[in-house]
Write a protein that binds this ligand. Sequence first.
Ligand SMILES: *Cc1c(COP(=O)(O)O)cnc(C)c1O
Length: 467
Amino acid sequence: MSIRYVSTRGKAAELSFEDVLLAGLAADGGLYVPTSLPTFSQSQLAAMQDMTYPELAYEIIAPFVGDCIAESDLRAILNDTYAEFRHPAVAPLVQLEHNQWVLELFQGPTLAFKDFALQLLGRLLDHILARRGEKVVIMGATSGDTGSAAIEGCKRCDNIDIFILHPHQRVSEVQRRQMTTVIAPNIHNIAVQGNFDDCQAMVKSSFVAAPFLPDGRRLVAVNSINWARIMAQIVYYFYSALALGRIDKPTSFSVPTGNFGDIFAGYLAKKMGLPIDKLIIATNRNDVLHRVLTEGVYSRLTLEPSLSPSMDITISSNFERLLFDLAGRDGSLLNEWMATFADRGLALPDAALSDARVLFASHRCSDSETCDEIAHIWSRNGYLVDPHTAIGTKAARACETGSGTATVTLATAHPAKFPAAIEASGIGVEAQLPSHLADLFERPEAFDVLPNNLSDVQAYMATHCRA
Ligand SMILES: *Cc1c(COP(=O)(O)O)cnc(C)c1O
């Protein structure tokens, strides 16, 4: 009776949890989604209210994992995963106003919410690989947060070698050092003499190319379309609402959004029984999602660099998972929609748009509004937010309905990760790195610089992965 996983494009084979963990994009180009969801009644939610973060994570995650991992093993993996977080609550809440809260998701090793999923993903993979007696290679490209979170999540994995490509001299020093100072035999940082798109293109080609790794080793993706990442992110929606005691009244969430992964997890939490009023899509000037909700058209514009770089996207890959539901979970209709989107932009049918608007609201912030919001929260609350979180708190107030519903803004990164925006806000304070990273700028680094050339990168990977 385990949950199975289907592709949004309807043609690829159904998979078990174990296979979906190792799979990236489905063979038909779609993303995997569960065929059914566990649901929790009000009395079940009440019984979960006093649980610790790893205990609650077990309740939420176990139904998705099914019989792929034994209960005691899964509990041990979850305890180990969330012991990496600095705060005893793992995801602490901070109150800003009578009805406005911030959920600090930056207490993990790399100071961004991606640790919640990637710390878990590395351990789940390693566990399953040990049982199968296999080794894999993870390959990814990063312009910032994902690479360091993936590296930290894999550094103790016996069965995984990880290769992360970043554009040489084009990532911030904090972000580079968070990757290159993790020194372990299975961690491989490659600085490519090109830009982020070049790195991304090499990763994409490697997944479709003829096998180039020794002894037929499998290549695994950990980008934001990986199902297990979404699954891990469902937990903190439950955790924060339960911590606020909001079991019989709805909570709203404001989510700084790029690839729609984090907020899609909130959508699933609602379908699993958590009372949620609104999910607020908070975007920067790269507003593809804000335009869908306000204008009803899903269409791509050119990329505009912003002070919140982790949300600088033109296509929001996980939005396809919501579109699949809006299309009545009809894979062939979704295929048509995605083709229209790629071709000229997709005008959502009225019924789909009004369905989306029942749950989702949206707000867009310019860079100057982002700076003003950092300054506003600092002067009013003495609390420093990073630029992504600032877009979230601003959107939370902008979308208030007057009903007094409590809104939780997801704080997706620690302010010390984005010093340029804090400085641009003009408040005259600097965010300090937490103590475990205080000596980041003195630590030795390890990375190799390679030409912007696919065969050089693949040859490097083939010779550098562990035997
Ligand atoms: C990745 C990231 C986001 C966007 O998350 P999505 O799941 O892609 O919507 C927002 N803020 C920060 C700091 C991030 O690292």
